[in-house]
Write a protein that binds this ligand. Structure first.
Ligand code: FEO
Length: 400
């Protein structure tokens, strides 16, 4: 694949990882890209690198534009190794003395990944770097999503290099929003739900800050997926909406099952929810990847969790999901627990404990059924579904 000119004297020189299917526990069924950008100016500048194994591919792309040794500055917007893994190879090629611009935390974090005594130039928010005809302005975006994360903005071209923010794990031939259209939004939503959700409050503050700064944006260039040039405001507005986490009339019934009893309960709850006009879906934890469930959690008003009791505890997939969801700190959710058991029946209590720790609003003490649901216990599941429906807003359906 060739480098791609994205603006006058600015090139995409990243790599497409077509076949990655697991990105530290996130299912990347559409692959991903590692975007890096080359700016030709009086001082030639490379913004970010790629995962280590794609470093030669990046250098080959740069070579088609300019001799890599002519790169004067490297900007590292983020330390995580999908963007900095190629740094050692790049520095070796362009000259180990070339300055590496990064945030103060970026300096600390990069130094912990690379022992080389590189010429780090730590920068702060609002610091500027003249490239000649252009100026880069840095904006620290601490904890979006690492302590080192920052944006770099070229005011002359009105381009924001946004690191992970506004990215998507998507590998394709398209490079821009206008080439793929709406089909990119589910990937952007999944990325937000699984990488950024826990920082929702910071995202809302950042959106305010960017508005106050009057940042003009003709293009947003993230480090993964497509670039936003047709309508950069679309992804910013989507982030604000996702970050607000307004409750909707959508419910997920997430469960695992051993002998189909907890499954029968899940389906009865979903049936009742559907009758009450709730957009409801049963999600079996060995049929759905945790990261796909988390994408649905993002705009669900209720998350109902079911587990059989096994060895006095939760089914392992349920523990996995609860741990994962808790870390991402979803807000404004209604919750409830259910499950079948044989003799001890601790699962419901354990789920309730986790949902309370996540500050879910529990609508019921939880529903337990011994061994196999009877008609009476299935009626109790319907009643639980009705109760959940009453706790959800009346007139908002979550998008699917
Ligand atoms: Fe794409 Fe936080 O790295």
């Amino acid at each position: 694949m060739d480098p791609l000119k994205i603006s006058e004297d600015i090139y995409w020189v990243g790599a497409v990882d077509w076949n990655i299917r697991d990105f530290h526990g996130y299912s990347t069924y559409a692959g991903t890209t590692y975007n890096a950008y080359l700016i030709l100016d009086d001082h030639v500048t490379l913004i970010d690198t790629v995962k280590k194994e794609f470093a030669d591919e990046l250098l080959a792309k740069v070579s088609k534009v300019i001799d890599p040794k002519r790169i004067d500055y490297v900007v590292s917007n983020h330390t995580e190794m999908d963007h900095s893994g190629g740094l050692a190879r790049v520095m070796h090629k362009i000259g180990e003395d070339k300055p590496v611009y990064c945030s103060i935390m970026g300096h600390k974090n990069l130094s912990k990944h690379f022992p080389q005594p590189w010429n780090y130039k730590p920068v702060k928010s609002a610091d500027e770097l003249s490239l000649g005809r252009r100026t880069l302005t840095f904006l620290e975006t601490r904890m979006l999503h690492w302590p080192d994360s920052m944006f770099s903005y070229v005011k002359e071209d009105r381009i924001l290099f946004s690191s992970d923010a506004f990215g998507q794990h998507y590998a394709g031939l398209e490079r821009f929003d206008d080439e793929i259209g709406e089909a990119i939004m589910p990937h952007a939503k999944k990325y937000f739900a699984n990488i950024l959700l826990l920082y929702a409050d910071r995202i809302l503050k950042l959106a305010e800050q960017v508005t106050e700064m009057g940042l003009q944006l003709d293009m947003i260039c993230p480090d993964h997926g497509i670039m936003w040039r047709k309508d950069p405001a679309k992804i910013i507005n989507a982030y604000v909406e996702w970050a607000r986490q307004a409750p909707t009339r959508k419910a997920l019934v997430v469960y695992d099952t051993m002998w189909h009893s907890t499954e029968a309960m899940a389906e009865a709850i979903v049936e009742a929810l559907g009758r009450q006009g709730v957009d409801a879906c049963p999600m079996h934890l060995r049929k759905w990847h945790r990261s796909d469930i988390m994408t649905e959690v993002l705009d669900a008003g209720a998350v109902i969790v079911g587990s059989p009791t096994i060895n006095n505890g939760l089914f392992p997939t349920v523990s996995d999901f609860l741990t994962y969801m808790k870390g991402l700190k979803p807000k404004n959710k209604v919750g409830a627990a259910f499950g079948s058991y044989g003799w001890s029946g601790e699962a419901v209590k354990l789920i309730n404990r986790e949902l309370e720790a996540m500050r879910f609003s529990l609508v019921d003490p939880g529903l337990r059924v011994q061994y196999v649901p009877t008609e009476q216990s299935l009626q109790a599941c319907h009643d639980l579904g009705d109760k959940i429906a009453r706790a959800l807003p009346a007139d908002t359906r979550g998008p699917r």
